[in-house]
Design a protein around this ligand. Structure first.
Ligand code: SAH
Length: 431
């Protein structure tokens, strides 16, 4: 299975290489390889992550060539939009028209969408977001793998099932060799080109140890590596970058500083934001976002969350529902509605940078079984598959009954590919 299309290097512009994909040219940074014109590479998130032998690349490309343009056509057909249709309220039609043309909407107008409760108009909002996604990003859909390396956590976040509140949880910490071996299978056996390594805030690892495994994955396997270990030190951030990590995943959870201190007692929003800014300055791609449906959160908070994610120059926005966990202080709080999540994804698509990727989260899939499809049809264009070994999945219980927790990775891949094909999406990131 392939989660990127091989591209051919056509020219250089200092650190940047120009890569051709069936006639379409894209730029990518080359931090890791000696390259010349004519070489074949995989790129992810704007980085060359692997150089591949030409015969292997040509074989993969010959398979892709048959479907590449067919998929684009299906996507184009499914993303058509008619804002002239009967029964569309005038105000809704006018604002959507403006957003679909790439013109900005006011705060009041965006809030109007987040407050919608008419299913017909919510559907129209999602369709408009899908139209804009297709217009700006065509049919590419990132499929990253996530390995949850440790469920130990020293934090006491009020919502989180692996926080220190959950005293009865049987916890695990994968050793570095085990992490490498899981990454090896993910890349070599299953074809992932981008991997997220995630954990609670676990003091049980030394920075050098994790840097060592990152370096080994980077050098021996060739993949884009995201780290997601929570609030690490600036030194650790630099060390992981030196080791070859190029992505940083950490949600700010909420942009409302008062709410933040309620849901993450003893922590400050500004500290988290400062680290996200430092990571961006250091050269990391940023994945961040917020929880939807936290107790006391308002639609205005959500809109501010979307704007904050954009201010942080986010490569991929990650917005997912809060789902109550019985062993946390928020056990009895309500989860949000499916439409709350869909509205957020759609508004995020309509007011974010045109190039932004938007994730359909596992949280959303846990809230509602059709979420992956509905999310992808409402502005999202990325998914993450859980590559964590089966014996650990239930122990990484940030919330209960997580979608796919009983599914082997091979099965998840099969399901994902068939869904993406039916929607005309190519499981690729063209750099
Ligand atoms: N230590 C890392 C990873 C935390 S777990 C960090 O701090 O970034 C990954 C994400 O799970 C969190 O960012 C949070 O947004 C999400 N999460 C935790 N508990 C949740 C819950 N009850 N419902 C939905 N998402 C939750």
């Amino acid at each position: 299975m392939c989660y990127a299309i091989p591209g051919r290097v056509t020219s250089f512009n200092q650190e940047t290489v120009i890569i051709d994909y069936f006639g379409e040219e894209k730029k990518a940074h080359n931090d890791f390889y000696e390259l010349k014109v004519g070489d074949y590479v995989y790129a992810q998130g704007g980085f060359v992550v692997k150089k591949i032998p030409p015969d292997e690349a040509l074989e993969i490309l010959s398979v892709w060539k048959e479907t590449f343009f067919d998929l684009q056509e299906i996507d184009l057909r499914l993303s058509r939009l008619n804002l002239e249709a009967q029964g569309i309220p005038r105000k809704t039609g006018l604002i959507l028209d403006k957003l679909c043309e790439g013109r900005p909407a006011s705060k009041e107008e965006l809030l109007y969408f987040l407050n919608l409760d008419d299913p017909f108009q919510i559907e129209l909002l999602g369709k408009s977001a899908n139209f804009v996604r297709q217009k700006n990003l065509k049919n590419s859909c990132c499929v990253h793998g996530i390995i949850e390396i440790s469920s130990h956590c020293s934090q006491r976040c009020s919502y989180c099932g692996i926080s220190a509140h959950h005293q009865s949880l049987s916890r695990y910490r994968m050793g570095c060799e085990e992490i490498y071996s899981v990454a090896f299978d993910a890349v070599e056996k299953y074809g992932f080109k981008a991997l997220v390594l995630q954990s609670g805030e676990d003091a049980g690892y030394q920075t050098e140890e994790l840097a060592g495994v990152i370096r080994k994955i980077r050098e021996e396997l060739g993949a884009l590596i995201f780290i997601s270990f929570g609030e690490i030190s600036i030194d650790a951030l630099d060390e992981y970058y030196q080791a070859g990590a190029r992505g940083f995943l950490m949600r700010f959870e909420t942009s409302n500083p008062v709410l933040y201190e309620k849901v993450r007692p003893g922590n400050h929003l500004e500290t988290r934001l400062e680290l996200l800014r430092k990571a961006y300055e250091a050269g990391y791609l940023i994945i961040t976002g917020a929880l939807i449906g936290l107790p006391g959160q308002t639609p205005e908070d959500i809109l501010n969350d979307i704007h904050l994610a954009n201010e942080l120059k986010t490569e991929m926005l990650s917005f997912g529902p809060f789902i109550p966990h019985p062993s946390t202080p928020f056990a009895c709080e309500k989860k949000p509605l499916e439409t709350d999540v869909l509205k957020t994804l759609a508004v995020a698509r309509l007011c974010s940078d045109p190039e932004s990727k938007i994730l359909v989260t596992t949280g959303f899939e846990t809230l509602t079984p059709q979420a992956r499809k509905t999310g992808l049809m409402a502005g999202a264009n990325s998914v993450m598959l859980n590559v964590t070994p089966m014996q650990y999945r239930k122990k990484y219980c940030i919330y209960p009954h997580r979608a796919h927790e009983d599914e082997e990775i091979a099965f998840q891949i099969q399901e994902t590919i068939s869904l993406l094909k039916s929607l005309g999406r190519a499981p690729t990131d063209l750099g």
